[in-house]
Design a protein around this ligand. Structure first.
Ligand SMILES: Nc1ncnc2c1ncn2[C@@H]1O[C@H](COP(=O)(O)OP(=O)(O)OP(=O)(O)O)[C@@H](O)[C@H]1O
Length: 285
């Protein structure tokens, strides 16, 4: 896209990325994607289709066998040392299983997202500067958990723990948030809460969110854009507004090993299906 300020640099760009884990195991197969700042993109696909592998390339937990991954124009494969740390600081991550430290408070877990701020080798809430503790409290407030700040994390519900994990991911003020099946362990009500919070924060902070999900209805409620993967390839790339659940299901049901060109549509291109789109589930858009 070209605007008055010049060409917009995508928040995330994958340029012909292939990941071969072993000669027999292909994780990603020649993937090219541009994701604009502030958009919410959901990856859908069968188990083993490459969703986690794609996410993990963005913060260089994996490196491509060929091709390049750029975040705000920086090739993540070329940075080292401090530059790599800075890059990773700008990319938050949340996981299915929250990964909180259970025997410390929600607040300390959020502070721990900013380990660089720790004033010494000993861990403990009071080892964080007051500005960090204040920021962590603000973030807990934003995810609706201010009153739980001093509660032990392993006594919180799953949905509450995931909200703490989101606050922890946000403490370094990332511009990109990666979320790997963040609601897979949650009941429907908690899932809707968590996705609603992520939607709101993404809009308020212009946070780019790239998330893998298994539930199509949540994907349609949360995403601006849906990318479908099958056997490491992009088989659908479409604005969520132009997609309905039945068509999204084809990502899962189409025969493996075939390329169905009718599924591959440029994101944002209006489709006649938009007129038939079902009502969205109860998530803020
Ligand atoms: N570290 C690894 N070593 C070898 N193979 C791997 C590794 N990580 C992933 N793979 C393989 O790459 C392919 C894609 O896996 P990936 O975990 O990305 O799928 P996924 O879509 O996230 O699946 P799920 O929905 O079950 O989490 C699979 O065949 C998987 O076995």
């Amino acid at each position: 896209m070209i605007n008055a300020a010049g060409p917009e640099v995508p928040a995330i760009r994958l340029s012909r990325v292939t990941k071969r884990f072993t000669p027999m195991v292909l994780g990603l197969d020649d993937i090219s994607l541009d994701i604009s700042s502030g958009t919410r993109v959901v990856l859908l696909g069968k188990s083993g289709s490459g969703k986690s592998t794609l996410l993990r390339h963005v913060n260089r937990l994996h490196s491509p066998t060929s091709g390049a991954v750029l975040v705000h124009g920086t090739d993540v494969g070329t940075v080292r040392g401090r530059q790599l740390r800075d890059l990773r600081r700008g990319i938050g991550m949340v996981f299915q299983n929250f990964h909180l430290v259970g025997n410390i408070s929600a607040l300390e877990n959020v502070c721990s997202g900013n380990l660089g701020a720790l004033r010494g080798p000993r861990v403990g809430l009071w080892m964080y500067p007051s500005a960090v503790r204040r920021h962590a409290l603000d973030l807990l407030d934003r995810v609706g958990l201010a009153e739980r700040a001093y509660q032990r994390s392993d006594t919180l519900s799953g949905g509450q723990q995931q909200r703490v994990a989101i606050a922890r991911a946000l403490i370094q003020q990332p511009s990109v948030l990666l979320a790997d099946e963040p609601v897979a362990s949650l009941d429907p009500e908690s899932s809707a809460d968590v996705l609603g919070i992520l939607t709101r924060i993404s809009k308020e902070d212009r946070l780019t969110v790239l998330m893998s999900l298994h539930q199509i209805e949540y994907a349609l409620g949360f995403a601006d854009r849906i990318v479908g993967l099958r056997e490491g390839r992009v088989v659908l790339d479409e604005s969520a507004l132009n997609l309905d659940a039945e068509r999204a299901m084809q990502i899962y049901s189409a025969a493996t090993g075939t390329t169905d060109d009718s599924l591959t549509v440029a994101a944002g291109v209006p489709q006649p299906l938009a007129a038939h789109a079902p009502a969205r589930p109860g998530l803020a858009r």
